[in-house]
Design a protein around this ligand. Structure first.
Ligand code: G3P
Ligand code: MG
Length: 247
């Protein structure tokens, strides 16, 4: 069961722009992508920001952490210089305007709930409550954002806050009890690192009735193999190499 597009831009625009920024969404659109995955984490003051790492140092300059910094200060940080001088000053997006941009441009969202350590429930709850407000009145499942997480606690909190929003459980390798976890959490799809997936596992996920999403697939031959196995969605960094209508 997968009512969404097949090809999904990882962290906004993959490796064509600084991850999880507005520049990334613009790059995705330039490449014809209308489906995106991005990560959301809570700031100290409890506001969702579009960010992958809990600590500064890789995509943000200096030292510090998202969970101990207020959203206004995070939003003013430079999330682009690490990628290249052309992107200097690219801000850290807040979740709400980021999601509104996607909605306004017809970009479907896989919102990955990415809790900073120890903030699983609060992050799952905030993302679900906020997404519920943004999509109030939307009854088309294919237009609703898919809330995914590696954190079962975050997904439980998301379900309690907005049970009508579709959810997905993410794994590295599929654990032996993946199906029990997926059923307990009531997810629409299972997200896995394609490097650990076998054809038999892909068939088992599909036979169990779940959507199957693979990250992060950057080689066209591998993407073709996965689609042949029945994988529903390919999340890629190489939006410049894999077109949005890749089949
Ligand atoms: O949701 C798919 C993928 O984004 C999970 O890994 O570390 O890139 O967030 P990561
Ligand atoms: Mg992610």
């Amino acid at each position: 069961m997968w009512p969404y597009l097949t090809m999904i831009a990882h962290r906004g625009g993959g490796t064509t722009a600084p991850e999880n920024t507005f520049a990334a969404l613009a790059a995705g659109l330039r490449h014809g992508y209308h489906a995106v995955e991005f990560d959301v984490m809570l700031s100290r003051d409890g506001i969702g920001v579009v960010m992958h790492d809990p600590d500064f140092g890789r995509t943000l300059p200096g030292q510090g952490s998202i969970a101990t910094t207020d959203a206004a200060a995070i939003a003013a940080m430079d999330a682009g210089s690490w990628f290249g001088p052309t992107f200097a000053g690219e801000p850290v997006p807040l979740f709400v305007p980021y999601a509104e941009f996607c909605k306004g441009h017809g970009i479907w969202m896989n919102v990955e709930i990415k809790p900073a350590p120890g903030h699983d429930e609060a992050t799952g709850r905030w993302v679900a409550e906020t997404a519920r407000r943004l999509f109030a009145g939307e009854s088309d499942l294919a237009k609703l954002p898919l809330l995914s997480s590696f954190s079962a606690a975050a997904l439980r909190a998301a379900r309690a806050a907005a049970p009508e929003l579709p959810r997905a459980i993410a794994f590295g390798a599929l654990p032996p009890d993946w199906e029990a976890q997926a059923r307990e959490l009531g997810v629409l799809s299972v997200h896995v690192d394609h490097r650990h997936l076998t054809a038999a596992q892909a068939a088992a996920v599909k036979a169990a009735g779940f959507g199957l999403f693979c990250y992060t697939v950057n080689d066209p031959a591998r993407a073709r193999t996965l689609l042949d196995w029945g994988v529903d969605a390919i999340c890629t960094d190489r939006i410049d190499l894999l077109p949005p209508d890749f089949k």
